[in-house]
Write a new protein. Structure first.
Length: 78
């Protein structure tokens, strides 16, 4: 933490073992699942993942790994 600023990577690390929603660049897809692990490049490992296309529930994907540079947003699911 620098001058009261919390870095985004620390926020994502705090979400490990919780349910998150990830929006993928250029595809209009969102993936929702439990965040298992994340690294310094924001590559993420998710379990119990479900795909959403145009806000419609799609396939159950199970375990996925997403490369950090393909991620548009990461948000906790409330």
């Amino acid at each position: 933490m620098v001058n009261g600023i919390v870095l985004p990577i620390k926020k994502v690390f705090a979400l490990v073992d919780s349910k998150i929603s990830v929006e993928i660049k250029d595809e209009g897809k969102k993936l929702q699942g439990r965040l298992v692990a994340v690294d310094e490049y924001l590559n993420i490992h998710m379990e119990e993942t479900i795909e959403f296309v145009d806000n419609q529930r799609g396939r159950s994907l199970g375990v996925v790994v997403i490369r950090g540079n393909n991620i548009l947003t990461i948000a906790p699911v409330i």
